[in-house]
Design a protein around this ligand. Structure first.
Ligand code: ATP
Length: 264
């Protein structure tokens, strides 16, 4: 039984700098079971950096990061066994077949190879990819590779899922399936940290939206709460308002005029 009051992840006073340039500034964030956090912000705001710190991929931060109640700085990596991750720019071993890759990643998460292979085939079948189980990933389309990545993040039934632009390259039908899978996983108490620039999707799937701008959390709440506070309609409009951006027409106009320079 999932304890709804137990913090799945907790960031306290988290700060991070690269070469003296502050990227994250005193972030505080507590996340609870079953939440789908839409983690959004402008390019360079520090979203991927936050996720990579939580995954133990980036060190040198200040503050405290606790996952499943464990301080990740204590050197025990066992918390990673209960995490799934779809990176924005994944390095996939595309010389392997889907079967080899998924069995390998399953084993990395502590699964026995027979179970990993059996589940991988069943999950690929749901995406109508059974026929390419023994085909090298290098021949897959972008969307097919993305489906393999999504399956590899879920194969070991993680409690906490980090997704960075997970729908990239997926067709409309697959997007509907993934959105439904995420909703059902959250209903079962899984926690999802969802980072994306596609505001329509974030607006629909998130139970809580956290907006990062210039290394700080500038909004945190349900979509309805953000709407009520900001007197704006869509999440895209709220995003533009909170990040102080209203120049898209002027920028587009001058961009087009440069493109058209010397044209017919
Ligand atoms: N390894 C690194 N070395 C130096 N600077 C870095 C490094 N990684 C990220 N940065 C810088 O940190 C800032 C935040 O980057 P980050 O990738 O976390 O942003 P983001 O919010 O995920 O952006 P995007 O939406 O474009 O993916 C950027 O200014 C980036 O240039």
């Amino acid at each position: 039984m999932v304890n709804q009051d137990e913090k799945i992840l907790s960031l306290s006073n988290l700060s991070m700098s690269y070469g003296g340039d502050p990227v994250l500034k005193w972030i505080d964030l507590d996340v609870y079971p079953g939440q789908i956090i839409g983690y959004i912000g402008p390019n360079g705001a520090g979203k991927s950096t936050t996720v990579k710190i939580m995954l133990g991929l980036v060190g040198g931060y200040n503050g405290k990061v606790e996952i499943f109640g464990q301080d990740i700085a204590d050197g025990d990596p066992s918390y990673k066994q209960k995490i799934g991750y779809v990176p924005e720019n994944a390095e996939i071993y595309d010389n392997l077949t889907a079967c080899e890759y998924l069995t390998f990643t399953g084993e990395m998460y502590g699964m026995d190879p027979e179970t990993a292979e059996r589940k991988a085939l069943l999950l690929l079948d749901k995406f109508e990819m059974r026929g390419v189980f023994h085909t090298k990933i290098s021949s897959f389309s972008k969307g097919m590779k993305q489906k393999v990545l999504i399956i590899s993040s879920l194969l070991h039934d993680p409690d906490l899922l980090f997704l960075d632009e997970p729908l990239s390259g997926l067709d409309a039908n697959s997007v509907m399936i993934i959105k439904e899978i995420l909703a059902q996983l959250a209903a079962e108490g899984k926690t999802i940290f969802y980072s994306s620039h596609i505001m329509e999707v974030v607006e629909k799937i998130s139970s809580r939206i956290v907006l990062l701008a210039d290394g700080k959390i500038v909004a945190d709440g349900t979509f309805a709460e953000l709407q009520a506070k900001n007197e704006e309609g869509t999440l895209e409009e709220i995003f533009n308002q909170l990040t102080g951006f209203n120049e898209h027409r002027e920028i587009a106009k001058s961009f087009v005029s440069i493109v058209r320079e010397g044209g017919s």
